[in-house]
Design a protein around this ligand. Structure first.
Ligand code: BGC
Length: 386
């Protein structure tokens, strides 16, 4: 894997230079020094009769990332910290088989066809009711038991900095209508990771794709995310019931622990007595983005690692973002660098349409019709604060 360090970096001015020295690289990735499919080590496996591989891409500025076609997952994302050391900010595993675990299903994955929850595993389209697996307290979570996260996608390296994954979910997969052709393209640009999503269907259906990376900007296995600073550019969020299904209301964040309009530490209000925080066991909610545009995308959030100084800005075409503070992480699995996935040592910021949209007429629509193209984009952009 490419090693690099950083010479002189100010906030929002990125100048990465290739040279030596690296921290936090996992042994499984050390065996490749080039981009492309890495067949030289133990990551590879066969799942559902299909070959699973690890792919590596790099930006010209020296960022690098690896992915697997099993769930089109982000496996590692290496960025420089304020001292120039390389930090892997994305949590994951060393082998494909460890990703094939229903108890820890979503690490780095593309979740679909419908990210987050659909109430009671039911929705109606043009008068037809569809029934889905109730894999989460009577509701459907992240596309059911075998959504896009547990499929072996086709991987195609487009160039040194770009990888594309394609998969067709067959009509009726986990109860969702339509053959859904999906293409997800990950591009490592000079400042960060861009994800482009495209999908088409041959029957009216619902689509809400997202990436479920767990981030720790101080590095995988470096303790909790509670001292990370977070800003979410949203004046409203969608409160939930005890099953984490939105009530349909768009509630103001002002005066609540959900107010991240100014940067604050995640830990600041997470322990406050609040029914919504009790329901989520912490933060596990969707924020309705204000729509603050940067180059045509919504500036969704800014996250900063308190030890590393690494700043991640998220820009998206989506109207919402799910902030999940790792409340169900339980130290049961071992991550790439040998540390456990302890409570709140990672967080997810999943750009999305709002949860349960198929049953919520006042939420932006997630319906995709034959002949139309689902197209969306999210950018995770990195800089450092000294
Ligand atoms: C959901 C959480 C869920 C987690 C699983 C999040 O997107 O909102 O409720 O536990 O994914 O990793």
């Amino acid at each position: 894997m490419t090693k690099f360090s950083l010479l002189g970096l100010g906030v929002l001015s990125l100048a990465f230079v290739s040279c030596q020295s690296s921290t936090n690289s996992s042994s499984s990735q050390d065996s490749t020094s080039h981009t492309g499919v890495d067949t030289s080590h133990s990551f590879a496996a066969e799942i559902d009769g299909k070959k699973i591989d690890l792919y590596t891409i790099k930006s010209q500025s020296g960022l690098s990332a690896s992915f697997t076609n099993y769930g089109a997952r982000l496996v590692s994302l290496n960025v420089p910290d304020k001292n120039g050391a390389t930090v892997d900010v994305s949590l994951g595993f060393n082998t494909a088989t460890e990703y094939n675990n229903p108890a820890e299903a979503y690490y780095g994955a593309i979740v679909g066809p419908f990210g987050n929850r659909i109430a009671n595993g039911k929705f109606k389209l043009s008068g037809t009711e569809y029934t889905l697996p109730q894999n989460n307290n009577g509701h459907t979570l992240h596309g059911g038991l075998k959504g896009t996260h547990f499929q072996a996608w086709e991987g195609q390296q487009l160039n040194d900095s770009t990888i594309q994954f394609a998969y067709t979910l067959p009509d009726g997969n986990e109860g969702f209508p339509g053959n859904l052709d999906i293409k997800v393209t990950y591009g490592l640009r000079n400042t960060g990771l861009e994800i482009d999503y495209i999908a088409t269907t041959d029957k009216e259906t619902v689509v809400n794709l997202t990436n479920h990376a767990y981030f720790n900007l101080n590095g995988e296995g470096s303790g909790t995310i509670l001292d990370h600073q977070l800003q979410i550019l949203a004046d409203k969020y969608t409160p939930v019931d005890g099953g984490l299904i939105p009530t349909g209301e768009l509630a103001p964040v002002k005066g609540t622990p959900f107010d991240f309009t100014q940067p604050k530490t995640i830990g600041q209000d997470i322990g406050v007595e609040n029914e919504q925080l009790t329901f989520g066991k912490g933060y596990d909610h969707n924020w309705a983005l204000n729509g603050t545009k940067v180059d045509g995308l919504n500036h969704a959030a800014t996250l900063m690692g308190d030890q590393s100084g690494i700043v991640m800005d998220i820009y998206t075409a989506e109207p919402g973002i799910q902030f999940y503070s790792g409340n169900f992480m339980a130290g049961k699995v071992t991550l790439k660098n040998g540390k456990k996935d302890d409570f709140r040592t990672g967080l997810c910021l999943e750009t999305q349409h709002f949860p349960d949209s198929p049953n919520q007429p006042n939420f932006p629509s997630t319906v995709l019709k034959p002949g139309d193209t689902y197209k969306t984009k999210t950018i995770y952009s990195f800089s450092v604060k000294k």
